[in-house]
Design a protein around this ligand. Structure first.
Ligand code: NAD
Length: 356
């Protein structure tokens, strides 16, 4: 099925208002989840609603938390989200970084104890729209999902990395990925009838490679998905190099921020994010930088493609999908739409009525 983005975000907003969120927070949850669907990252879109509702009811994430600035300096801040929604903490921390970098040239923002921050590229895009370069290291405390290079046992979260680079007069470069071969949400989407996983994205306890979501979630009966039920792991991307980047994400976003690393032991689930913001003005190179970047990116795009392939810039696939989905609506597999209908039903909300 397909549904217009604004209707889908209104439905998600209404679900979270009924679950106890204030109107502005519920609106952000709807808007940012649907924004992820618009970019094609369905793994970080409305497929998450059921889990967010569970977390809210269990107190894993808390509605109405105002992020607290724990320590503050002209070009530095530590922000504690108090396990509030990432859709509140994410824009707060990013806007703080943007303001500090504008005033002082550069800023480092350590964000801890945030609810799910969703698609991290969203925050890099927000900084790029303000004319800033940004780099983001992220982890998930308490979420052991990914085996390091050479192992079959989980030691990392899916620990995403993102970077944004604004280009005056052109679209920004937005690089944004999980350091696992696939994001957990992609396994979730595959387990609900969405796009299948690439071969070998997962590893079984005996070292065999697999693409079966049950390796992560255990038996796929019912709508519940518990990533602790599966015996295997997602594999880190990029061999030893990707595994090393995942380790740095755990250390920078988990240890340096005080948010907590993926393990060991049971920890309260939350995102940590260490972000660096730079205004090109600080080096006095902003005009030369823009010229050089545009020339270089044209040169990059002119690379002769392999047969049947296309040379794309990071951020380009998301922009294309966004344009298409704004025009045609957000496609959702029926099983995902069913979970959304089920989330609205106890509140007397009829999801189908939002489609008209
Ligand atoms: P992915 O594998 O789809 O990679 C996306 C990146 O690669 C983007 O920068 C995209 O522009 C670029 N890209 C894609 N195809 C390209 C091509 N053909 N040529 C050039 N560049 C190309 O992403 P992923 O690893 O599946 O991650 C999905 C999302 O999950 C990300 O938005 C990430 O932030 C998010 N995530 C969030 C959390 C969290 O805890 N909040 C955890 C893990 C992942």
């Amino acid at each position: 099925m397909r549904i217009a983005a604004d209707r889908l975000s209104a439905y998600v907003r209404d679900i979270f208002m009924r679950e106890g969120c204030a109107a502005d927070e519920a609106e952000r949850i709807g808007r940012f989840l649907v924004a992820a669907n618009l970019t094609g990252h369905d793994s970080h879109g409305v497929v998450r609603v059921t889990r967010y509702v569970e977390w809210l009811r269990e107190g894993e994430v808390e509605a109405g938390r105002t992020p607290e600035i724990v320590s503050d300096a002209p070009s530095f801040a530590l922000v504690d989200a108090g396990y509030g929604f990432g859709q509140t903490a994410g824009p707060f921390a990013t806007d703080l970084g943007i303001a500090k970098a504008r005033d002082n040239g550069v800023a480092v923002i350590a964000l801890r104890h945030a609810g799910h921050l969703g698609r991290i590229g969203e925050w890099a895009e927000r900084a790029a729209a303000a004319g800033l370069v940004s780099v983001h290291f992220v982890n998930v405390a308490g979420s052991l999902l990914v085996a390091p290079f050479g192992s079959v046992e989980r030691r990392f979260s899916t620990a995403p990395f993102a970077a944004g680079f604004p280009v005056q007069g052109a679209e920004p470069i937005i690089l944004d990925f999980a350091t696992s071969l696939v994001a957990e949400g992609k396994v979730l989407v595959a387990s609900r009838g969405g796009k299948a996983l690439p071969e070998g994205a997962l590893v079984e306890p005996d070292g065999r490679l697999s693409s079966d979501p049950a390796i992560l979630f255990g038996p796929l009966d019912g709508v519940e998905r518990d990533n602790q039920r599966g015996a295997g792991a997602i594999r880190a991307f990029g061999e030893h190099k990707g595994s090393g980047l995942a380790l740095m994400c755990e250390l920078l976003a988990g240890a340096l921020t005080g948010s907590g690393t993926a393990g060991p032991g049971r920890r309260r689930i939350c995102n940590g994010m260490l972000s660096i913001y730079v205004t090109p003005k600080v080096f006095g190179t902003e005009h030369a930088m823009a010229d050089e970047a545009r020339t270089y990116l044209e040169f990059f795009k002119s690379a002769r493609p392999m047969p049947g392939a296309e040379v794309l810039l990071p951020g380009e696939p998301e922009r294309r999908t966004r344009a298409q989905r704004i025009a045609e609506g957000v496609p959702l597999p029926e099983p995902v739409w069913e979970t959304l209908l089920a989330a609205g039903r106890p509140h007397g909300l009829d999801g189908d009525a939002y489609r008209d």
